[in-house]
Write a protein that binds this ligand. Structure first.
Ligand SMILES: [Zn+2]
Length: 417
């Protein structure tokens, strides 16, 4: 038997609906960019909701919002739970917001049912995760875990030319007198999130227990040849950047298919110069996104693919430039916490599966700071970062039930000696 009933957890839906009102777009989506007015309104709404649930609220220097339920034993650290409040442009109403709403619903239930915990629990609404306004992701969790500092903020600029520092200050943050973001008192971090993929739905799973968040490598590849007339340049005399890039991408796809799951490799953006129908393109720039749960395999695959790109370029008389844009190592979740989640699901008769996360999440920032766990609920048709994003109300509630059980285990039961 679970401590929290589905009925008690169902309040998460109305909380999410209210959150979706901040930054709602005409197409039914949500746009809540870091430090924008809708972002601020959403954080203020959550602050009030946390207070109403009996939590002690505070912001840190970068605008992460916390709601704390003080425990009896301060020295045993804090169980942190939550997700991010920002969205991509015209994103969905569940990505990030669900994790915050679920955490608030679960902690509110625990407080009203069991009172003061042994260990303190904090619900967190991370200020930013998506990287959709500034060319940098995980600004919230990165400041908490020490990967980032506010000292970087003057150097990071949005498409309007506004620095991160300026945007932060305009929203009322970034001041020296505000509490520093870095935390040394975390005993665990637990995040609930929508899957953003089809695996749970296709396999009938209701809860996904994340074992590892895949590592990612991103590159910007530039292939340079020679711009020339499409009618007067014989095939044998061309240095065609598009044909070269096409060969490279075909090699990439074949290699990824050969490597097999869970490796994925994507060319998602491509720019041609001059991009004219009757001109041989002299320059092609394309992005490369490669993900795997093993750092060794990821490195081996990436090196091999880039090596063959160089061979193609050489044979075709093209120049190749490879710029690394991101290197995120795979982030394994804590096996003890993962085991606890598994036991909760199997004892509760909940259809679950252990899985990896192909998408990046705040959880990956915490793995070197404290034991970290992550669970997923199904996404309809796997759609995310879109107004079409949807998770059924009972799936949302079940995630809250499992989270409440986990938080009870970590904050009330485990440590009372
Ligand atoms: Zn997210």
């Amino acid at each position: 038997m679970m401590r929290m009933t589905m009925e008690q957890a169902s309040g998460v839906t109305s909380l999410l609906e209210k959150l979706a009102g901040f930054g709602s777009t005409a197409d039914g989506g949500v746009t809540r960019l870091l430090y924008s007015p809708s972002w601020k309104d959403a954080q203020s709404f959550l602050e009030a909701a946390m207070s109403a649930a009996g939590l002690e609220t505070r912001y840190d220097r970068v605008g992460n919002l916390f709601g704390r339920l003080e425990g009896k034993r301060k020295e045993q650290g804090v169980i942190l739970t939550g997700s991010h409040i920002d969205t991509v442009r015209s994103g969905g109403r569940y990505d990030g917001a669900y994790g915050i709403a679920a955490s608030l619903a679960a902690v509110s239930f625990l407080r009203s049912t069991y009172g003061e915990p042994g260990r303190s629990i904090e619900v967190v609404s991370f200020c930013e995760e998506e990287g959709s306004r500034f060319p940098l992701a995980y600004w919230g969790s990165g400041n908490i875990t020490g990967a980032y500092t506010t000292g970087m903020s003057p150097l990071i600029v949005d498409p309007q030319g506004i620095t991160l520092e300026h945007a932060m200050q305009a929203a009322g943050f970034g001041r020296e007198d505000q509490p520093e973001s870095l935390r040394e008192d975390l005993a665990a971090f637990v995040e609930v999130h929508i899957e953003q993929g089809v695996i749970l739905e296709r396999t009938g799973g209701k809860v996904g227990i994340v074992e590892t968040i895949a590592g990612q490598r991103r590159y910007v590849i530039t292939v340079k040849g020679e711009t020339n007339h499409a009618g007067t340049t014989p095939m044998a005399m061309r240095r065609d950047a598009v044909a070269g890039a096409a060969e490279m991408i075909a090699i990439l796809e074949r290699a990824a298919n050969r490597a097999g799951e869970p490796l994925v490799a994507t060319v998602g953006r491509m720019k041609l110069l001059p991009n004219i129908p009757n001109v041989i393109a002299g320059t092609v720039e394309f992005t490369l996104d490669i993900r795997h749960i093993s750092e060794t395999l990821l490195t081996g695959f990436t090196d091999a693919v880039i090596g063959s790109f160089h061979s193609v370029a050489e044979r075709r008389g093209l120049e190749l430039d490879v710029q690394a844009a991101l290197h995120a190592r795979p982030a394994p979740m804590d096996p003890v916490l993962t085991g606890k989640l598994e036991k909760i699901c199997s004892d509760g008769g909940i259809p679950y599966r252990r899985m990896m996360s192909g998408a990046g999440h705040d959880g990956q920032m915490f793995v070197n700071r404290c034991p970290t766990a992550m669970l997923f609920v199904p996404s309809k048709d796997g759609i995310s970062h879109s107004p079409e994003e949807y998770t059924a109300a009972e799936d949302l509630a079940l995630g809250v039930v499992v989270l409440a059980e986990m938080l009870y285990d970590l904050a009330y039961e485990e440590i009372l000696t």
